[in-house]
Ligand binder design. Structure first.
Ligand code: C2E
Ligand code: MG
Ligand code: MG
Length: 705
């Protein structure tokens, strides 16, 4: 910037005339100062710091050269330009003079215009020089300020040129990337600043490169992390990049500013955890519970499932708290939480919602029976005492259950209704679970009673086996019997398997139940054999029994103990039981064959009915399902199915047994189609042992053995 104040010229000449002449020539160009001797001129120059000195060479005492030398030797005056003035006109003298550091030389006598112009030019030069040094100083100051700022801020800063090659890094950037500025300069930013996605660890593109390409400010992708130089560690980073433009708006490079946000992220995570979890147990609290209920109900609503809310409350928790203190109370809460947690599936949620209150969300319920089994398991968790302060305490819990959408559709109502059910459980004597809905409660109670009854019947050997004759259709001769289980109810009536087999299969009671049927059937058949009646007994085997490793040893042992020849035992399996694990099935069937027992496929036609597995498994008997037999006389497609199964059996040399023959017409049709054996009410219903004997006698079978 050019100074507004007038410039100063110092004229040094021993001759007053010269001074006045020059003053006149330079009128208006600058403020004129003068001195007539060298020593005084030096002092004046140091004091007024003129912009230009016109210095006469020929002066007494101290000539112009000496004055110039001293001016240049003094750091205050050394930069003031000097123009020598002399009467000498020889070029050599002029050259010599200029070697003293003068910027110009003016010879006397003066050409007024040239002299004025030269002085003006030098003053202008000086003005510009001053302006440059002022702006240089300002620039330097600015640069220093920036550098200090960059080095002292807490953010990492990296600058690059237009190609993304590094030109600058501040110390924080050095420590975060592991690269020193000196090593990094000239390297591409992708080498020094390796970014990746914190989730899948895929490399992320550097925002600075996008900023350079798109010429705009770019924020870093969320969830981004910076990988250390050796690749061993990484930190979560956040921030932005921007291009740098020159005065003509051309991009000349870019800057990226970033900082470590791992602590901030960890803190945010911790805060969200604290807001959503119970401190004592680490379980979800009421806030998160509501969220989970909402989610579970939403999904169940779409899928058409049910969701149960089970509120669990420790009976007489107050007693523990009051008598043993809060520490023991806390310990009990923790122990119970762990017990409940141990029986949960991953999709179930356990939350603590109050002092001694827990809530379990049981989502995706298809069979309500499983829910009551679960609730029972919850109450059974308390059978083992809790050890508190080295003493054992036997405690119990009460559970209240509400169901979405049966009992309520909103979270609040579900919670309220579960609470109502909990109070009901408490009132009914604690240590139990109650459903909000009475109807459901009764249904579950009934089921519970049935399960109990079934368990008791098995335990007390109260199950009975009926035998349904299997006959030759043409002659009516009995060739075998199917053992069919019944349970004797308390009132003496027999309960049909349709009412307890599904329950037995769900609860696993089918295994001990099937075991008893097998034993009873084998002993009975062996007894008939001893009486001279040789018939094959068919025993139904459920899938769970068949795949049980203890099953074949049981068969072997039963045959041995009852002394029933293996060829008189036939196992009836459903297609579903066979298809489960084909390799295991093939292995078990092979063992059966080696044992000498027969295998029948029950209800054939209702399952997979695959030719492939028939061939592979080499079964002995196919039982044509009664649904086809029942309708084959009126429904062409059922007739076709029966025909197909019969020809299938004939071609594979498998014995065919038709089920559900209820009429003579059924029998005749089957005979006509080529099926020779069958069972059904037309011949006989399943019969108790004595009646079965009677039937044998009536049919004349006994006499034939
Ligand atoms: P399933 O093995 O197909 O047995 C045939 C069922 O059809 C028997 O019913 C029998 O009483 C019935 N039935 C026989 N002839 C006729 C007829 O002419 N008309 C009609 N409508 N029905 C007839 P049940 O005894 O009620 O047994 C039902 C099912 O329970 C059996 O079907 C079998 O799957 C299962 N089951 C029975 N006992 C046992 C057992 O000891 N163990 C296993 N795992 N399941 C058994
Ligand atoms: Mg059967
Ligand atoms: Mg059947």
């Amino acid at each position: 910037m050019i100074a507004e104040s007038k410039q100063r010229v110092l004229i040094v000449d021993d001759q007053v005339v010269n001074i006045s002449l020059l003053t006149e020539i330079l009128h208006g160009v600058a403020d004129i100062y003068f001195s007539q001797n060298g020593t005084e001129a030096l002092e004046l120059a140091a004091e007024i710091l003129p912009d230009l000195i016109l210095l006469d060479i020929e002066m007494p005492a101290m000539n112009g050269f000496a004055v110039c030398q001293q001016l240049k030797a003094n750091s205050i005056t050394c930069d003031i330009p000097v123009i020598f003035i002399s009467a000498h006109t020889e070029a050599e003298f002029e050259f010599h003079s200029l070697t003293f550091g003068a910027v110009d030389y003016i010879a006397r006598p003066f050409n007024r215009d040239i002299c004025r112009l030269r002085v003006q030019n030098h003053l202008l030069l000086q003005q510009q020089k001053n302006a440059i040094s002022i702006s240089n100083a300002a620039l330097y100051e600015e640069k220093q300020r920036l550098l200090v700022t960059l080095e002292s801020i807490g953010d990492a800063v990296i600058a690059t040129d237009i190609n993304g090659s590094i030109t600058f890094m501040n110390p924080i950037a050095e420590s975060m990337t592991g690269w020193r500025l000196a090593e990094a300069v000239g390297k591409h930013i992708d080498i020094v600043m390796r970014l990746r996605d914190a989730g899948d660890h895929k490399p992320s593109s550097n925002p600075l490169l996008i900023a350079l390409k798109d010429q705009r400010r770019v924020a870093m992708a969320l969830n981004c992390e910076l990988v250390s130089r050796d690749g061993s560690t990484s930190v979560a980073v956040e921030d932005s990049a921007a291009p740098i433009f020159d005065h003509s708006s051309k991009v000349i490079g870019g800057i990226i500013v970033f900082h470590d946000v791992s602590e901030a992220r960890a803190l945010a995570l911790k805060m969200s955890y604290l807001a959503n979890h119970d401190q004592l147990t680490g379980l979800p609290n009421r806030v998160l519970l509501h969220d989970r209920i909402h989610q579970a109900c939403h999904i169940a609503g779409i899928a058409g499932y049910k969701v149960a809310l089970l509120i669990i409350d420790i009976d007489s928790f107050k007693f523990i708290n009051d008598s043993l203190g809060h520490k023991a109370g806390d310990e009990l809460i923790r122990l119970l939480a762990a017990r409940i947690d141990s029986i949960l599936d991953p999709e179930q949620t356990l939350a603590r919602v109050g002092g001694d209150e827990f809530v379990v969300i049981y989502p995706d319920i298809v069979h309500l029976e499983l829910l009551s089994i679960f609730a029972k398991r919850l109450t059974q968790l308390m059978e083992k005492p809790f050890t508190l302060q080295d003493k054992n305490y036997s405690l119990s819990i009460s559970v209240g259950i509400s169901l979405f959408p049966t009992d309520a559709v909103s979270e609040e109502d579900l919670m309220r209704h579960a609470d109502v059910a909990l109070h009901k459980a408490k009132q009914e004597g604690r240590n139990r679970f109650c459903f909000f809905s009475d109807e459901l409660g009764e249904r579950m109670l009934l089921r519970h009673q049935q399960e109990q009854a079934l368990g008791d019947a098995i335990k007390n050997h109260c199950i009975e086996v009926l035998f349904q004759p299997k006959v030759l259709l043409l002659s009516g001769e009995v060739i075998g019997a199917e053992a069919l289980v019944r349970i004797r109810a308390a009132d003496g009536s027999l309960i049909s398997p349709a009412n307890f087999i599904p329950l037995a299969e769900e609860t696993g009671l089918i295994v001990p139940l099937g075991e008893q049927v097998l034993i009873k059937a084998c002993y009975q058949t062996a007894k008939w054999l001893a009486q001279g009646i040789r018939i094959v007994v068919s025993v139904n085997v459920a899938a769970a029994q068949f795949s049980d490793p203890a099953f074949l040893p049981l068969v072997r042992q039963t045959l041995a103990q009852s002394r029933l020849p293996p060829e008189l035992l036939e196992l009836e399996l459903t297609e579903t039981a066979l298809i489960g694990d084909p390799l295991l099935t093939a292995e078990i069937l092979e063992k059966c064959r080696k044992l000498g027992i027969k295998v029948a496929i029950d209800d054939f036609g209702t399952g997979y009915s695959s030719l492939g597995y028939l061939k592979k498994f080499k079964v002995d008997v196919l039982k044509i399902d009664m649904s086809f037999v029942k309708d084959m006389l009126i429904d062409k497609s059922d007739e076709q199915i029966v025909k197909t199964i019969i020809s299938l059996g004939q071609s594979m040399n498998i014995m065919l047994v038709a089920e559900g023959i209820e009429t003579e017409a059924h029998r005749d049709k089957l005979l006509q189609l080529g099926c020779e054996c069958g069972q059904g009410y037309y011949f006989s219903k399943p019969l108790p042992t004595d009646d079965f004997m009677q039937y044998l006698e009536n049919s004349g079978t006994t006499s034939k053995t």
